[in-house]
Write a protein that binds this ligand. Structure first.
Ligand SMILES: C[S@@+](CC[C@H](N)C(=O)[O-])C[C@H]1O[C@@H](n2cnc3c(N)ncnc32)[C@H](O)[C@@H]1O
Length: 269
């Protein structure tokens, strides 16, 4: 399994991610996750992989002045943008799901990851860390791409990059994101001392105006891991091949991308 690189992010991608999250489905799905978590006023909440902080800002309004929201993300450029939203009950730090040691144990009422779990190559360490920082009975909410029904774009990317000349670069053959199936997720949560309140598979449908928008979306949400490992000279041709495949998904409304998303709500045992 190849680790994702956190070194490909750029200011343009970070700004793009803010723009795309706000007017596209990622934020909407985040709000559904927050609805499922039933967060109340006064709660202390951790947003892992907060990106540019839009959802954390939304949650800060829910918990109000008596509560607090901390957003962490390993990409400093995204945290810089998130920090524009700072207020008394909302803070952001560069941080990583693999190391929550700066937070005390039994500290948060709720921890959530919106569109982040599938970027974690190894999933038990983050779950152990989350278990430690949650209060007893505290809630974990996450959504993840589904291994059984991956998103169209991931399938197209993997198909194109499996061919020469791209397959000469080993990262091309790594299947990412690191998707889970429902049984795997249930097993992971159970093994790491979470009781499951809900696991649901939802349709994940994004309609984007054109292939360029779809690629922009993939670049910013994968922090350029989509094709960022390829030498510069091969990137344009890889993009062209991906765009051609995307064109086949065109409907009257635009390029329709489908897959499944798994949503899980669990409580610390
Ligand atoms: C698709 S974006 C989602 C951002 C945000 N949650 C939202 O809803 O807009 C995925 C995020 O996961 C973050 N991420 C990747 N690896 C991570 C890790 N090991 N720990 C925490 N966050 C991580 C990325 O930096 C990126 O901001």
């Amino acid at each position: 399994m190849h680790a994702l690189s956190l070194a490909f992010d750029t200011q343009r991608l970070a700004e793009k991610s803010e723009e795309l999250s706000s007017d596209r489905q990622l934020f909407k799905r985040g709000k559904w996750l927050i609805d499922d978590l039933n967060i109340s006023e006064g709660e202390s909440v951790l947003d892992i992989g907060c990106g540019t902080g839009l959802l954390a800002e939304y949650v800060a309004d829910i918990v109000g002045p008596a509560g607090s929201v901390t957003g962490i993300d390993p990409l400093p450029l995204r945290i810089d943008i998130a920090r524009r939203k700072i207020r008394a009950n909302l803070e952001f730090q560069v941080g990583n799901a693999y190391d929550l040691s700066e937070f005390p144990e039994n500290h948060f009422d709720t921890v959530y990851l919106n569109a982040v779990f599938h970027w974690l190559g190894e999933k038990e360490q983050p779950l152990q860390q989350i278990h430690r920082v949650l209060k007893a009975g505290g809630h974990l909410g996450l959504n993840s791409g589904s291994k059984d029904h991956p998103f169209h774009l991931e399938k197209i990317r993997n198909r194109v990059l499996s061919k020469p000349p791209y397959n000469a670069f080993s990262e091309s053959l790594s299947r990412f994101p690191h998707l889970v199936s429902v049984p795997e997720l249930v097993w992971l949560l159970d093994r790491n001392q979470f009781s499951i309140n809900k696991v649901e598979v939802q349709n994940n449908i994004f309609t984007l105006a054109n292939p360029e928008d779809a690629i922009d979306f993939s670049h910013s949400s994968s922090f350029a891991n989509f094709i960022g490992h390829l030498p510069e000279a091969l990137r344009d041709s890889a993009m062209d091949e991906i765009k051609q495949e995307l064109e086949r998904l065109r409907t009257a409304e635009g390029i329709r991308l489908e897959g499944h998303r798994i949503v899980a709500i669990a409580a610390k045992k």
